[in-house]
Write a protein that binds this ligand. Sequence first.
Ligand code: SAH
Ligand code: SF4
Length: 381
Amino acid sequence: MLPDIKSLAREALEAQFAAWRQPAYRVTQLLDWLYARRAAGWEVMTNLPQSLRAKLAENFSLQTLELVRKQGTADSTQKFLWRLRDRALVESVLIPANPALYGEASDRHTLCLSTQVGCAYGCKFCASGLDGWKRNLTPDEIVEQVLAVERARNAECRMPIENQSGAGQTTPHSALRAPRWIDNVVVMGMGEPLANYDNLLKALSIVNAPWGGGIGARKITISTSGLVPQIRRLAAEPFQFRLAVSLHGATDAVRNRLMPVNRKYPLLELIAACEEYQRQKGRMITFEYILIAGVNDAIEQARPLAALARKLFAKVNLIPYNQVAGLPWQRPAEDVCEAFLAALKKQKVAATLRREKGGDIDAACGQLRLRTERELAHFFT
Ligand code: SAH
Ligand code: SF4
C-alpha cells in the first residue's frame, strides 16, 4: 500500500521533491491544492506538470473519506459518518458554538475527530468499549476528517467560491478555494487518542501547520482517559495543545469501577502527570466528569473533585450521562446535576454543566457523544 500524501509534513515533501529535482515552489503549489483547495484527486492540480502528477500518483495515495451518512442541518450540530478504505466506519461531529437560531450564520465551529476504529480501554459506560479495538487511524485519515467536513460543508452551503484556475477555464468543485469552517478541533471522538500517539501527533501537526489546516494549537484539545506516560510525553512536545482528562471519578474507588485504565494508572500518578503538563503548558487542563446516577453524583464527591481541580487550576465540565443501549448506567435527575455543579462552584472551581434541550439528546450517538455549544465553548474561553 502506498503512503498517503496527507501523512507527510512539509519537510518530508520538500526532501522528496528535491530528490526528484523539482523546484521548491512546487511543494507550495501541492500544499495549496491539498489543504487550501482540499483537492480530492491529482487530476485537478492543473498547475503541476503532468509528469509530476504521474510521479506523485505512482508513489503516494490521495485518499478521501467516503461520506456514508450525514445527520443534522448546516445550522445545527452535524454528524458525519465516514467509510475508510478497509470499509471500517468512523464519525466526525461538527458543532456550531452559536447555533443560528434566527437564520444568521453561526459564527464558530468545532470539529470532533476520531482517532481509532473502536477502543481498547473498555470504560464501562462507553459504547466503544463494547466492540473492542479494531485499528489505529493513519495520520491522513485523521487530517482528512477536517478536509472532508469542509468539502461537504461547502458543497452543501454552496458558498461563493473563488476560481483559481484563470478566466475561461472550467474547474471542478473540488479544485476551488472555499471558506474554512472549522476553528476548533477536539479529539474526543471514537478511540483513545494517546494510544495512537505517533499518528495523532503527525496529524495534529499538519492540522496545526500554517501550510496545512492552519488551526492554532490552543484551539486543539486532546481528550484522554488518562494514559500517564503519554501525557508526560505530550508535556515535553513543543505544541501548546489543550488537554481534557476524562476523570469521571475523584477517588480510585469510583474510578476503578468505571475505568479499567485506573488500575494501571491510579489517580495519584494521573494527577502527577497532569501537574507536569500544567507546569509545561500553563492553565490548559479541563476535567471531564460524566455524572452517572448513584455512581459518582453524590454531593460528597464534589469535595475531592474540587480539590483535584484547584490543585491543577483545571476547569470541570460536568456531562450528564448519555444513555447507551444495553448498558445499565443512568443519568441523574436534573436537580442532582445542578446541586453537584453548585457544590463545585461553592468550592471556587470553574465548572459548567451541559444542559440539553429535549431534541438535542438525539444528537448523541454511541461513541461520539455531543456536547452543547456552551460546553464546548468552555474549552476555548
Ligand atoms: N478516549 C478519550 C476520548 C474519546 S471519549 C477519552 O476517554 O477521553 C470522549 C469523552 O466522551 C470522554 O470523556 C468519555 O468518557 C465520554 N463518554 C463516553 N461515553 C459517554 C456517554 N455515554 N455519555 C457521556 N459521555 C461519554
Ligand atoms: Fe475508550 Fe474514551 Fe470510551 Fe474509555 S471513554 S472506552 S477511553 S473512547
